[in-house]
Design a protein around this ligand. Structure first.
Ligand SMILES: Cc1cc2nc3c(=O)[nH]c(=O)nc-3n(C[C@H](O)[C@H](O)[C@H](O)COP(=O)(O)OP(=O)(O)OC[C@H]3O[C@@H](n4cnc5c(N)ncnc54)[C@H](O)[C@@H]3O)c2cc1C
Length: 509
């Protein structure tokens, strides 16, 4: 592998966070090099081909992409918006919450007026509660300057950070069903009653209510477009390049070392890898053990079990919407892999590529705890390491998959009948493809009891080593994009970067 003598910035990991930082720094004139351990770039944006279909892995839908909205502004500044092929989800119900034993479908409408109108039709006594919910969400969003792509400082409202999502929703209405419906898309942040902060719910839900989209040709479009921008500005992307060490002298990172012993020198380094893994890569004693311990002990969000199915041609109509199912109204208590599994699932249909009408591929996602697969923890399987985990693992996946499909068939019998073939990913898949801790889907889990503990600074004690990605501030496409702005602001200056984004958007308005 050949590398330049020295880069302005070397970025470890080509997940969305690494690619966004690379694209921003390249656009601002830096010579960038991205180092990715896998064959394919993108981390959770990767897609794979199976059964003649392309399947998404970690991106089912995205919010905030209407002109002027937050993610739009960032993507537009980076030159993505003209090329990204998107399909707007059904405005009358982009997300639809369903419950066992209740035939009613509870839609989340797009735009706040429609959101309230759709739910008020089903909960006529709760109009005021719905308006209060909207006000509470918007108030929380308003406290985060960066969410509005504004240069001011953020996270100054400690009271807000310490609010519980479950408790705030419960305070707005006594109607148990409406509470469950308002929290019904909490798979978007793996919500749990005793931990999830209200601001996490608000920031995520609001941007989907503003506008919700599917990547028409798969989430890897975003990775490919960012890679194109990076390369067009002289940047390099090296795949199959696993970084195993970051060498430092006097708290200054000097070079990153690959598994094969290559050394990559740079003025600054950004790690898109889990912070606990990043800190383990740093040699010497530059980091205080207490800091390392704190980062290592951070709780991570749960993992997932996802079925990717191929549908028999011309059988099921494509539904331009998502469903979130719950076994009962206890929507904050669904992540455990106990005998009640699966107590929830999200059903996400891929935009059909042939006639636009008939469903071709779909994902069904539920939670799965690491303990379920811990017995195979010593196995590794990626496209670079095609090692079988054994027949017992395949039998485990089959059993779990059939159980999940039986649950889906209770509500969508024809859809399940029309499945031609399916495969499943488990916590091991997420661990091996993204190096996330225990296959955690959204990284470090935020906790309203001790909010600052789980919000990590992008700066480290190594002066020229920064961190980015979902573990640092917020997960999801929007969360990782905002985190990339925080990381790059530490390098470029927040005023400078936000002004550049604003200018790019004003120029085209
Ligand atoms: C099942 C699932 C469904 C999701 N659905 C949605 C959704 O619908 N909408 C949404 O907005 N978000 C969704 N998300 C969340 C979103 O995908 C993630 O928050 C986001 O993609 C994470 O990006 P990242 O850059 O933080 O990290 P990652 O995507 O985890 O990338 C990390 C990268 O670093 C690389 N790496 C790790 N170690 C090394 C090393 N030592 N050397 C070199 N490279 C290394 C990895 O291979 C990987 O490419 C979903 C996530 C999952 C798992």
């Amino acid at each position: 592998m050949s590398y330049a003598d020295k880069y302005d910035a070397a970025i470890i990991g080509s997940g969305l966070g690494g690619l966004l930082c690379g694209a921003i720094l390249a656009k601002e004139g830096q010579r960038v090099c991205i180092l990715e351990k896998n064959e394919q770039i993108g981390g959770a944006l990767q897609t794979f081909r199976e059964g003649g279909q392309t399947h998404d892995t970690g991106i089912h839908y995205i919010g905030g992409l209407d002109q002027g909205q937050n993610l739009y502004q960032i993507f537009h500044y980076l030159g993505l918006m003209d090329r990204l092929e998107l399909t707007r989800l059904d405005a009358d119900g982009f997300d639809n919450i369903i419950f066992a034993g209740d035939e009613q479908v509870y839609p989340h409408g797009m735009g706040w007026d429609r959101f309230i109108e759709k739910l008020a039709a089903l909960f006529p006594q709760e109009k005021e509660a719905l308006h209060n919910y909207k006000e509470a969400v918007l108030k929380a969003c308003d406290a985060f300057a960066l969410y509005k792509i504004s240069p001011e400082e953020q996270y100054d409202d400690m009271e807000l950070l310490a609010l519980s999502a479950e408790e705030v929703i419960a305070s707005l209405t006594t109607d148990l069903k409406l509470r469950a419906v308002l929290a019904g898309s909490n798979m978007l942040y793996a919500g749990v009653a005793h931990r999830t902060p209200w601001y996490i719910h608000a920031l995520i839900i609001n941007h989907y209510i503003e506008s919700s989209w599917r990547c028409a040709k798969g989430g890897d479009q975003i990775a490919k477009l960012l890679a194109r921008e990076i390369k067009a500005r002289g940047g390099e992307i090296h795949t199959k390049t696993e970084i195993t060490a970051i060498h430092q002298e006097n708290a200054q990172a000097i070079y990153a070392e690959t598994k094969d012993g290559d050394k990559i020198y740079a003025d600054r380094f950004i790690s898109n890898v889990h912070p606990a893994v990043t800190l383990d890569m740093i040699d010497g004693n530059a980091l205080r053990p207490v800091y390392k311990e704190r980062i290592k002990n951070l709780p991570n969000s749960v993992s997932a079990f996802v079925i990717n199915a191929v549908i028999k041609p011309n059988t099921s109509p494509y539904q331009n919407k998502n469903y979130y199912y719950f076994a009962d109204d206890q929507v904050w208590d669904t992540t455990q892999s106990d005998e009640r599994w699966p107590r929830t699932y999200g059903l996400f249909e891929a935009v059909p590529r042939h006639d636009g009408i008939h469903l071709e591929a779909l994902s069904i996602m539920t939670y799965m705890e690491w303990s379920e697969v811990a017995q195979w923890a010593d196995t590794e399987h990626t496209t670079l390491h095609e090692v079988s985990r054994g027949a017992d693992y395949e039998a485990f996946k089959k059993e779990k998959g059939e159980k999940l499909l039986a649950r889906v068939a209770e509500r969508f019998p024809d859809l399940v009948k029309n499945i031609e073939s399916w495969s499943a990913s488990t916590p091991l898949t997420w661990r091996d493809y993204t190096a996330s801790q225990d296959g955690s889907i959204y990284g470090v889990a935020k906790d309203y009891h001790d909010p600052l503990r789980t919000l990590i600074s992008p700066n480290t004690k190594i002066q020229n080593l920064y961190m980015t990605g979902q573990n640092i501030k917020l997960h999801g496409v929007l969360g990782v994009a905002l985190t990339a702005l925080v990381t790059c602001s530490s390098i470029l200056g927040r005023d400078y970067l936000i002004t550049k984004i604003k200018q790019a958007n004003e120029a085209s308005a």
